[in-house]
Each structure stands twice: as C-alpha cells, then as structure tokens.
Design a protein around this ligand. Structure first.
Ligand code: PLP
Length: 355
C-alpha cells in the first residue's frame, strides 16, 4: 500500500451518549453520534470524512429517490471482556457490498475505503458499542446514486456512507412464519441475490398482509412455481429433518448469500452434522410436519443470528413445530456463534477483525 487514505474527522459538538438508554435498545432506532461519508465523482471515491450524524441536503431530482439505485450491508461489532471491539466477518460484507453494487451498476467501494472508513468511525464512536450482555453495535454501510437527473441511466455520482446503531438482545421469542405462494421476492435473472433497496420495498406489501393474519415473517417460495422454499425476508432459512440440516442453495441468484448462513454451514460440517444444500419442496416440508420428522426450523441473519421458528403456515393451515430437544442443533449453533462473536473462544477461522 503506497497511498494512505486521508479521512477528515469533524466531531459532534455534543454527544448523545448520555441521553441514550442502553438498557432498552430497539433495533435501528438510535444512530450513534457520527457517520462515515465518501463521494464518488469523476471515477474516484473522494472527500472521505467522519462527521456528526444528522440530516443531509438532497435534491428532489436525486436519482435514488426515483429509481432506487441503492445497495446496503449489515454487520456487527461486539465488545469482548477485555473491552476490544470485534467485527464478525467484515471482509465478507465488504465483498458482498461490491457484488450487490455490480448488479445495480454502482461502482465498487475499494476494500481500504470500506475498512478504513469503518475503522475510523468505530474509533470515534467506540463508546457506542454496548457493554450489556447480548448487545452489539449494528453497522450499516450503504451506497446510493447521487446524480440529480430524471432520466433512467446509471448515475455518475454516488455517496457511500456508514452509520452505526447500538442494538439490544434480539427478539428471543420464536417466530411464526407463513409460506408465501402468491407473491414473489425474487426470480431467476432478477436482483434477489443483491442487497438492493428495491427488493425490500417490494416485500413490504405481502409481509404486512401476513402480519395482519398473525404471522411474524414470510417464507418465500421460488417465484416461478411456488413449490420450493427459498428464504425469509431478511434471513436465510434452515430446517432439521431426520437429523439432517437442509437449506436452499445460493446458485440460482434468487437467494441472498447470507454470511450467517455460510458460517452455520461451515460449523455444521465441522461438527459432522449432515448438511444438504437443496431446495426443499413445500410438500416435503408439510409431510415432515405431519409425520413429525421436522425437528427444527430457524432463520439465520446478522440481526438475530438464529431466529427459532415455532409455527409454519402452509396453504392456510397452521402447523406447530415439536418442542426442541435439549441438545437441539439450533441452540448449539447459536451458542457457538455467540462465543466466537464475543471472543469467548479462540478465532480459529479468521472470522474476527479486532478494532
Ligand atoms: C441480509 C439478508 C440475509 C442475511 O444475511 P447475513 O449476512 O447473514 O446477515 C438473508 N436474506 C436476505 C434477503 C437478506 O437481506
């Protein structure tokens, strides 16, 4: 590295730390004092800076507002016993951000801009990483088109930002999910594998409909036949049937390549737990519920790590899952992942970046 990045720092005149209740943190409600900003113009990322979090000026003709040329990431920093900050698999998030960006004609953010931006922001807002057990600092990098232009074409200017938000212990309550067979989140050739803003806007309507019917989340099926389980709205989804872990493959471009998903699969294989990456037919899921061979179902994602599913609605029928065994795979995997993330066990896989 022959060129070091210059990141200008402007500190907030007053911190909001004192007025923040770290014992009652809801997801995404509180943003830390500062944010990282970089601007893409004339083919280069420039004007790198950390500045106070606050409103920004945006022209009503901004292309993102109209056409949604925008991608995002989500990762977390954890505080270990020694007070060091541990970021879980941040390199994987950096690569995925650029994969999403490529699909949306957004220029790549170089690794050092991402990493040094995040490092500087965490340095300035270090005190925002909660000390309470089970809590963490959610990190939200995102890129959006910055041209003021109403024509449809890739923007020439972009803004890359990183926000952080202290978050509490996630929703430990098991969730009820509904298998969605009318609406689609993604189709082959579409944008499902990108963390692209519009994917989430399109999911709101069917998800809200399910919530009104009493379900927490959807289990999306393939957009063409609606016969195979794909994933949930912001989580990949896994099933333990007859002692085998089953989850959809990420080869069709319709499923987000979750980093938690990947970590769970790696750990399961290390544990010698049988794994099948294949599309689970809705019919097979229903039969396994009827015959009692479905042992566990759970979502995986950065926000919850593991979200247990206790009820699945299929074609209008509610199925309750059996009680988890005392040695349930999902409990073991959650504990293993938490131990790695909070630095309670050695980082044997190079998953932890220390700050
Ligand atoms: C972010 C996301 C996931 C989970 O990815 P992680 O890297 O594990 O946080 C799964 N599905 C969708 C649709 C997502 O947006």
């Amino acid at each position: 590295m022959n060129k070091t990045l210059t990141i200008r720092v402007t500190k907030a005149s007053q911190s909001r730390l004192e007025s923040t209740n770290f014992d009652a943190l809801a997801f995404g409600q509180i943003i830390s004092d500062h944010m990282f900003v970089a601007e893409y113009e004339d083919g280069a990322w420039q004007n790198l800076r950390v500045e106070p979090y606050g409103p920004m000026q945006i022209n009503p003709a901004n292309a993102t507002l109209h056409y949604g040329q925008s991608v995002f990431e989500g990762l977390k920093a954890y505080r270990n016993e020694a007070g060091e900050l541990l970021v879980f698999r941040g390199d994987a998030n950096q690569r995925r951000l650029n994969e999403s960006a490529a699909r949306m004609c957004i220029p790549e953010v170089p690794e050092e801009v991402f990493m040094e931006g995040m490092r500087k922001l965490l340095e300035v807002d270090r005190e925002w990483v909660p000390r309470q057990p089970g809590c963490s600092l959610y990190i939200r990098p995102f890129i959006f088109a910055a041209d003021d232009y109403l024509g449809i074409r890739p923007s020439r200017k972009y803004t890359f930002m990183i926000l952080t938000s202290p978050v509490g212990k996630y929703y430990a309550k098991p969730v009820a999910v509904k298998v969605e067979t009318q609406y689609a989140r993604a189709i082959e050739g579409g944008t499902g594998s990108a963390k692209a803003a519009g994917n989430y806007a399109g999911s709101l309507f069917p998800a809200l409909k399910a919530q009104k019917e009493g379900y927490d989340q959807l289990l999306w099926t393939d957009g063409k036949t609606h016969q195979y389980i794909e994933e949930s709205g912001t989580m990949n989804v896994m099933f333990v049937i007859n002692g085998t872990l089953i989850t959809a493959p990420t080869t069709t471009g319709t499923i987000l390549k979750g980093i938690t998903r990947d970590s769970v699969l790696i750990l399961a294989r290390e544990m010698g737990f049988p794994v099948e990456e294949r599309f689970l037919p809705v019919r097979e899921l229903e039969e396994s519920l009827l015959s009692g061979t479905l042992e566990e179902a759970f979502g995986t994602g950065t926000a919850a790590t593991v979200a247990f599913i206790h009820l699945i609605n299929i074609h209008g029928k509610d199925y309750l899952l059996p009680e988890k065994s005392t040695n349930a795979f999902s409990d073991r995997i959650l504990k293993t992942l938490d131990d790695i993330k909070y630095g309670k066990v050695a980082d044997e896989r190079g998953w932890i970046m220390k700050f």
